[in-house]
Design a protein around this ligand. Structure first.
Ligand code: ADP
Ligand code: MG
Length: 259
């Protein structure tokens, strides 16, 4: 089987839509017939609970993989959704930062774990809101970064640091890492501010902003409390349709950059 396409969903700001995008992009790719593995790489474990998995009592998580105690296959759960598997996270994942502070090969733990893990077309990594060891592990393991930015006044603030980190990783441990695209999230089409932010993001990242923007949509915000991707919660709402369109754009872009 061909190597999976590995996408790290990254932005060191919290609340910009990383987890929402990781869950819903994974779900839509899976619905389209791709075999998808979603790796929850944030100690908050929101991608885990957002897919309806109870974090209480989970004994095997991505932390075991990062500690080199278990292979990815041993911590992979199947979900209620066809073609979609999950590697869960719990708050203990926060320990990795300290534990691995001086460990050998600490930056490539996830990359090493993914190598040779067959059977997936796409691996989506939901990153924590920091430029931490975990985030860097995610970007070293990935072929692409997908960068969600929230359509708000401070959207571009702090992104310089993230782009510098991507550059450093390209110069060092992952020369082929690419920015797949910038995704504008929580766009409120009724406000001119939202539109201005969208235009500004496009100016800042020429050719990189996805045509699809994710609208602010209450169904998207409700779905995680039901443990469901929005497409399962309310298939026809605006948010579900936007993520479906995004997933097609992602597949197209991946195809273009690989050929
Ligand atoms: N398009 C959207 N419309 C409405 N609410 C959203 C949307 N995207 C995300 N949210 C909500 O915003 C909050 C932050 O999103 P989340 O994906 O958890 O961000 P991050 O993972 O970057 O911290 C969550 O409560 C989520 O449900
Ligand atoms: Mg999150």
């Amino acid at each position: 089987m061909a190597q999976p396409v590995v996408i790290a969903v990254t932005n060191q700001k919290g609340g910009v839509g990383k987890t929402t995008t990781s869950i819903n992009l994974s779900y839509c790719l899976a619905q389209a017939g791709k075999n998808v593995l979603l790796i929850d790489f944030d100690p908050q474990g929101n991608a885990t609970s957002g897919l309806g998995v109870d974090k209480q009592g989970l004994e095997k998580t991505v932390l075991d993989v990062i500690q080199n105690t278990l292979p990815l296959s041993a911590v992979t759960l199947s979900t209620e959704y066809k073609n979609l598997s999950l590697v869960p996270a719990t708050p203990e994942l926060a320990n990795a930062e300290v534990e691995l502070a001086r460990a050998e090969r600490r930056f490539t733990r996830l990359k090493d774990a993914i190598a040779g893990y067959d059977g997936y077309d796409y691996i989506i990594i939901d990153s924590p809101p920091s430029l931490s060891l975990l985030t860097v592990n995610g970007m070293i393991a990935a072929n692409y970064v997908l960068l969600p930015v929230q359509a708000e006044f401070y959207a571009l603030e702090g992104l310089g640091q993230l782009l510098e980190t991507i550059q450093l990783i390209r110069k060092g441990m992952n020369p082929t890492l690419e920015l797949l695209g910038v995704l504008v999230t929580m766009l409120d089409s009724r406000t001119t501010l939202s539109q201005q932010v969208y235009d500004e993001v496009k100016k800042h990242f020429p050719g990189k902003v996805f045509e699809t923007a994710i609208p602010r949509n209450v169904r998207i915000a409700e779905a995680p409390s039901h443990g469901e991707p929005v497409g399962a919660y309310d298939k026809w709402c605006k948010g579900a349709r936007a993520y479906k369109t995004l997933s097609k754009e992602v597949v197209t872009r991946v195809g273009q950059t690989r050929s």
